[in-house]
Design a protein around this ligand. Sequence first.
Ligand code: DX5
Ligand code: ZN
Length: 233
Amino acid sequence: MSFDRSIKIAPSILSADFANFGTEIRAIEAQGCDWVHVDVMDGHFVPNLTFGPPAVKAFRPHVGTVMDVHLMIAPVDPYIEAFAEAGSDIITAHVEAGPHIHRTLQAIRANGAKAGIALNPGTPAEAVDYLLDMVDLICVMTVNPGFGGQKFIHSQIEKVRTLRKMIGDRPIHIEIDGGVDPTTAPLVAEAGADVLVAGSAVFKGGSVEMPEVYGENIRAIRTAATEALRAVA
Ligand code: DX5
Ligand code: ZN
């Protein structure tokens, strides 16, 4: 995985057909997505339940790009090894998930994955102070984690701007998660984000029988974001 700041679209398979993950993953990749975003929820840190390591391991052979695993679980440390062994390229843990985020990030890298840190909407950018040299990605939650299809929280755009300044020249991605669509993508791209997670905005209107709709949705988000960048350049 080489580093660059170009816009990357990462569909969240939380909005895919749960009976057809392999086909859905292959479809979004064939339709031009850059990464595949996997939302792991525990019914405790967030009020919803999704996948454990065996499911993530089953997704792996279908992912030809980057498997971006977002852990919304607490505690997180006991599961890092299993999610790394399942083939996660990036493992993102929440700063709010426990008292020892520094240790968590160390453990992610020690297990051979890239390390991401996620911030809930109520958590300030400064939470990543002293951690910048141990992260590969910062995920700014633009909804309260737990469900797809929620409304984008505009106050987070300023946080993205602040983080972009804090990062400077470090090779750290800024990822946006929640409520990303062609209307909100330009706002966060312009503020400095490069990875755009989108669940409902990618999968809406499409299906494994009509995967070309995924392609149209991915292109609409990408075009909106890249045009916003061109306008400020
Ligand atoms: C929310 C998840 C997101 C979610 C995004 O807790 O982390 O990845 O699936 O869904 P949309 O794009 O529908 O807001
Ligand atoms: Zn997510």
